[in-house]
Design a protein around this ligand. Structure first.
Ligand SMILES: *Cc1c(COP(=O)(O)O)cnc(C)c1O
Length: 467
């Protein structure tokens, strides 16, 4: 037998094997193969360790998911116990099991009133694929099968399966493999980048009213649902103007269109409430959940349906849809333990009362930095816009994302994980982060910004694009 691949192998050897055999998602694999991927070996709280022994602050909670932080031993114990007892059984053909029952009930307890039915999936992408079927089926059962168009937003993110990627509004994703039929997009409520001369409030209304225009263009009798993230995450932590969601809600209500809130990131405490819908006053018919549901300790996602949506779909008999791992017992037990920890340790209160205020104080100050335009933060989900000219909200002359990438590289070198989306820098640390850790994170962020700024000046890149 070949020797086992362990943490004790030299980094270069592991990197070579990784480059030879591991096709990384959302990665230029040729490029990474030449550089070598950074190998993460341990996690504890908000801290990661790499194969060289460097300690890194994870300002992104993995991929926005490790809400309770890394290294919680209870999670492993629960998984082991569940595997011993019942490692797998399905929920398709008139069977169920305790973890799926308990988790569905617990989610219903935490979800907004009237949201009491959970369809399990293995991920957020799968859950959004489920949503496409559920809303189309809903209208079939109601006798309006021609109502099948779903309206979403450009630069929204709903996963990268064919369904999830089609709901998302990311053109590079559509370019690789196409887009399914019956999905239309409207513009995003991104004031800093697209607001022009409008004030934020008017812009929020204008972008929401594109939904009404689109409904009228398609015909209200053909529109099944609208889907949006309360805060766009992967699109760059775009926090909408306060006027946006109430207007979207009004329009959905007026035309009787189902509202799907994709809570994959905003769910389970990220915004300082259990759900982003509460933070923004949204009354969804369906919510997509994943990520923080298990804090990333096991892959699991799902769709929470309102009583009304569930009762209509149930009335139609069997929905021909399901995943082998829908409600997987180990993943469900792990998610349930995560929700127990979240509640017992009052982690949502910690976000609202401790971590958010501590980060907000430091985050807001970033606008003093010469290359930071706006700095936005809701709960523990924030972004800054990098710009060569704040007053004009100017873009850089260089290709969009180049400056963001350089900034991210400085963060990485300074052992801080902070992502870039175009020329925005984004942050979403584990929800358990302490004020001391926030200080350290912000010290590293400042240092990285300073170094990036100096590099741009040295390379003659601190220059605005002509408009
Ligand atoms: C990550 C994400 C998804 C996709 O979830 P996966 O588990 O990666 O499939 C869907 N919606 C939103 C808002 C996300 O952030």
């Amino acid at each position: 037998m070949n020797k086992p691949i362990t943490n004790h192998m030299p980094t270069a050897e592991l990197q070579a094997l990784d480059a030879a055999h591991h096709f990384h998602p959302f990665t230029d694999n040729n490029d990474l193969g030449k550089k070598g991927a950074r190998i993460i070996t341990r996690g504890e709280g908000v801290w990661l360790t790499d194969s060289e022994g460097q300690k890194i602050i994870d300002g992104m909670a993995g991929l926005w998911c490790v809400n309770i932080g890394y290294g919680r031993k209870e999670m492993g114990r629960v998984a082991a116990r569940q595997m011993d007892e019942l490692a797998y059984y399905n929920t398709f053909f008139q069977t169920t099991h305790v973890p799926a029952i308990a988790l569905a009930a617990e989610i219903a307890k935490l979800a907004p009133d009237g949201m009491n039915h959970v369809f399990f999936a293995g991920s957020g992408s799968e859950a959004n694929d489920t949503n496409i079927r559920v809303v189309r089926r809903y209208w079939q059962v109601k006798g309006q099968p021609e109502r099948n168009v779903i309206i979403a937003r450009w630069n929204g993110y709903h996963g990268s399966t064919m369904g999830g990627g089609s709901l998302g509004g990311m053109k590079p994703i559509h370019a690789h493999g196409g887009k399914i039929e019956g999905i239309e997009h409207i513009d995003q409520p991104y004031w800093w980048g697209e607001g022009g001369d409008m004030n934020e409030a008017d812009f929020g209304l204008a972008r929401a009213r594109q939904l009404e225009d689109k409904i009228l263009e398609i015909g209200a009798d053909k529109v099944a649902a609208f889907i949006g993230e309360p805060i766009q995450g992967a699109g760059g932590v775009i926090i909408p103007p306060a006027t946006y969601w109430p207007e979207i809600q009004r329009i959905c209500d007026k035309y009787g269109i189902l509202l799907i809130a994709d809570e994959v990131i905003t769910g389970f405490g990220r915004t300082g409430n259990w759900f982003g819908s509460t933070t923004f006053g949204i009354k969804p018919d369906i919510m997509t959940i994943a990520k923080g549901l298990s804090s990333g300790y096991a892959p699991i996602g799902g769709s929470i349906l309102s009583d009304e949506v569930a009762s209509v779909v149930y009335e139609g008999g069997e929905l021909f849809h399901g995943y082998t791992y829908s409600g997987h017992p180990v993943a469900a037990a792990v998610a349930l333990e995560n929700l127990r920890i979240m509640q017992e340790e009052k982690i949502v209160d910690h976000v609202r009362d401790v971590a958010h205020p501590a980060l907000k104080e430091e985050w807001d100050k970033l606008v003093d930095h010469p290359m930071v335009g706006e700095a936005k933060l809701v709960g523990l989900m924030g972004s800054i816009a990098l710009t060569p000219n704040k007053e004009k909200r100017a873009k850089f002359a260089s290709e969009e994302g180049k400056v963001g990438y350089r900034c991210r590289e400085r963060c990485f070198a300074n052992n801080l994980i902070m992502r870039h989306v175009g020329d925005r820098m984004i942050i979403a640390p584990p929800l358990v982060i302490t004020p001391e850790e926030i200080k350290e994170m912000m010290t590293r962020a400042r240092k990285s910004l300073d170094e990036c700024y100096k590099g741009l000046l040295d390379d003659g890149m601190f220059v605005a694009k002509e408009d």
